[in-house]
Design a protein around this ligand. Structure first.
Ligand SMILES: Cc1cc2nc3c(=O)[nH]c(=O)nc-3n(C[C@H](O)[C@H](O)[C@H](O)COP(=O)(O)OP(=O)(O)OC[C@H]3O[C@@H](n4cnc5c(N)ncnc54)[C@H](O)[C@@H]3O)c2cc1C
Ligand code: HEM
Length: 403
C-alpha cells in the first residue's frame, strides 16, 4: 500500500467509528441478496442480535487503527482464523466479501467516498484479506498434517446421546465414513452443522469437545438454550436436544481453537467454569487426570443449582481418587443438604473459597458467560495473579478484550 493511501485509511477511522456497525449491517444485507447461499455459512442468530456485526466492525476498525503496522494484529487474526477454519471459509469467500464491502463503503458514504478513498480501502481490504487467508492456509495445513487430519465438513454419526443435567446433553460423535478422528487439544472446539427446516438453511455452531483426546469419538455437551418464548429458543441447541438421536448424521469440522492446555504444561492448573462453560475445562481436567499429572489442580465451578450441575458424579469420583485435585462448587441456590456436602452458596467468588491457594506459577483457565469471565479475571488480577497466566474463552463472537 502507498503511504498516502495509509494516511487516507487512518483519516477514515473516526467515520468508521461512527458508522462501523451501520456499514457492516448494510454490507451483510447486500452480500446476502447477491449470495443467498452464504446464509448457510453465517450464524443467523448472531445476525439478528447484531453481535456478529459488532465483531466484524471491531476487527475492521482495529485493522484501520493499526494500518501502519498490521503485524500487531497477529493474535486477533489467529483468533478469527480459528473460527473461520472451523466454518470452512476459503480464499474465494474473501473475494465475495471484498466486492460487497467496498461497494457498501461507496453506497453508504455516497459523495464522501472519493475515488481515492475507495482505492485506499480496496488496497487495505486486499492486504487484510491476504494476511488473514494466508494465516488460515497455514492453519488448514496444520489440520491436514495432524494424525488422521482433515479439513472441511465431514459426516459424523451420533453413537450415544446422554443426559448430563436438566439442561445439558452429551452427544458422542463417530466418523460416519468409518475413519478415525484426529486428536484434539484439550480446550478446542468443533463446529456442528445441521439443516434447520424453520429457516430452510444449514446452520453451524461451535461446541467444545468435552471428552479427553485419544478416543474414537468427540463428545460434545450442549445446553438447551431456552428463550423467553418458543420463537426465541436457541435454534441449533434445541434441534440437537429434541430431534437429533442416536444413529443420526451431523456434519463436523476438525477441532480448532487456541484456548488450549499446552501439551508441555508443567505448572499447577486452576480451572474456573460457569454453567455450560464446564465443557472445555472438563476435557482439560480429564486429559490431565489420565496422564497422572503431578501438579496441583484446582477445579472451581458455579451453576444455578443442583439440577443443572452437569458431570457432578464424575467430578466427585475424580476428587475422591486423585489427591492432587481439589474441587470448590458454588450454587446460586444451595439447599442445606448441598451445603453439608461442601457446596458454597452464591455466584462463584474466589474470595469466598476458604484457604484457596492462588499459586503465582499456576495457569488459570476461565470459561463461562461474559460477565462471569470478567469477574473471575478481575478477581484473579486483584489477587496478584499474572495476567499472562490467565486464559479465557467466550461462547460467542469474542467481544471481550481483557489482556
Ligand atoms: C468456541 C465456542 C465453544 C462453545 N462450546 C459450547 C459448548 O460446549 N456447549 C454449549 O452448549 N454451547 C457452546 N457454545 C455455544 C454454541 O455455539 C451456541 O452458541 C449455543 O448452543 C446457542 O446456539 P443456538 O443455535 O441454540 O442458539 P441461537 O439460535 O444461535 O440463539 C442464540 C441465543 O439467543 C437467544 N435468542 C434467539 N432469538 C432471540 C431474540 N429474538 N431475542 C432474544 N434472544 C434470542 C437464544 O435463546 C439463544 O440463547 C460454544 C460457542 C463457542 C463460540
Ligand atoms: C477481512 C475480512 C474479514 C474480517 C475482518 C472478518 C472478521 C471476523 C470476526 C471478527 C469474526 C468473529 C470471530 C469470533 O467469533 O471471535 C468473524 C467470524 C466469522 N466470519 Fe469473518 N471476517 C472476514 C472475512 C470473512 C469471510 C470472507 C467470510 C466468509 C464469507 C467470513 C465468515 C465468517 C463467519 C461465518 C463467522 C462466524 C459468524 C458467526 O458465528 O456469526 N468472514 N469474522
Amino acid at each position: 500500500m502507498k503511504t498516502e493511501q495509509k494516511i487516507l485509511i487512518t483519516a477514515t477511522v473516526p467515520v468508521l467509528k461512527e458508522n462501523g456497525v451501520l456499514l457492516t449491517k448494510y454490507f451483510y444485507n447486500r452480500m446476502f441478496t447477491h449470495h443467498p447461499e452464504l446464509r448457510n455459512m453465517f450464524n443467523m442468530g448472531n445476525q439478528q442480535s447484531g453481535k456478529q456485526q459488532t465483531a466484524l466492525a471491531m476487527a475492521v476498525l482495529a485493522y484501520a487503527e493499526h494500518i501502519a503496522d498490521p503485524t500487531v494484529l497477529i493474535p486477533v487474526v489467529d483468533r478469527i482464523g480459528q473460527k473461520h477454519i472451523s466454518l470452512d471459509i476459503r480464499p474465494e469467500h474473501y473475494i465475495i466479501v471484498g466486492r460487497h464491502l467496498i461497494a457498501s463503503i461507496q453506497e453508504v458514504l455516497g459523495d464522501a467516498a472519493s475515488p481515492e478513498i475507495v482505492d485506499a480501502w480496496t488496497a487495505a481490504y486486499n492486504q487484510l484479506a491476504a494476511l488473514m487467508s494466508g494465516h488460515e492456509a497455514n492453519l488448514y495445513e496444520q489440520q491436514t498434517n495432524r494424525t488422521n487430519g482433515w479439513t472441511g465438513w465431514r459426516p459424523f454419526k451420533v453413537g450415544k446421546k446422554m443426559l448430563e443435567s436438566a439442561e445439558i446433553t452429551s452427544f458422542y460423535l463417530y466418523p460416519a465414513d468409518g475413519g478415525k478422528v484426529t486428536p484434539h487439544q484439550p480446550g478446542q472446539f468443533i463446529s456442528v452443522r445441521l439443516f434447520l427446516p424453520q429457516l430452510n438453511l444449514k446452520q453451524a455452531r461451535q461446541y467444545s469437545v468435552s471428552s479427553a483426546p485419544g478416543n474414537e469419538y468427540y463428545r460434545i455437551s450442549v445446553k438447551k438454550e431456552k428463550g423467553t418464548n418458543l420463537d426465541t429458543d436457541g435454534m441449533i441447541s434445541n434441534r440437537l436436544h429434541d430431534f437429533i438421536n442416536e444413529n443420526d448424521i451431523v456434519d463436523l469440522t476438525a477441532p480448532a481453537g487456541n484456548f488450549t492446555l499446552a501439551p508441555d504444561i508443567d505448572a499447577p492448573v486452576t480451572l474456573i467454569s460457569g454453567g455450560v462453560g464446564i465443557t472445555p475445562l472438563l476435557s482439560m481436567l480429564n486429559s490431565l487426570v489420565e496422564s497422572d499429572y503431578s501438579h496441583p489442580i484446582t477445579w472451581l465451578h458455579g451453576c444455578r443449582d443442583e439440577s443443572v450441575h452437569a458431570f457432578r458424579n464424575q467430578l466427585n469420583d475424580i476428587v475422591k481418587t486423585k489427591t492432587n485435585v481439589q474441587q470448590h462448587v458454588f450454587y446460586n441456590q444451595a439447599t442445606d443438604e448441598n451445603k453439608d456436602a461442601g457446596v458454597l452458596e452464591g455466584f462463584l467468588d474466589i474470595n469466598k473459597v476458604p484457604s484457596l491457594n492462588l499459586r503465582p506459577d499456576a495457569h488459570y483457565f476461565i470459561c463461562g458467560p461474559s460477565v462471569f469471565i470478567q469477574k473471575q479475571y478481575h478477581d484473579l488480577v486483584d489477587a496478584g495473579v499474572n495476567k499472562q497466566h490467565i486464559y479465557f474463552e467466550e461462547f460467542g463472537p469474542q467481544l471481550l478484550s481483557l489482556n
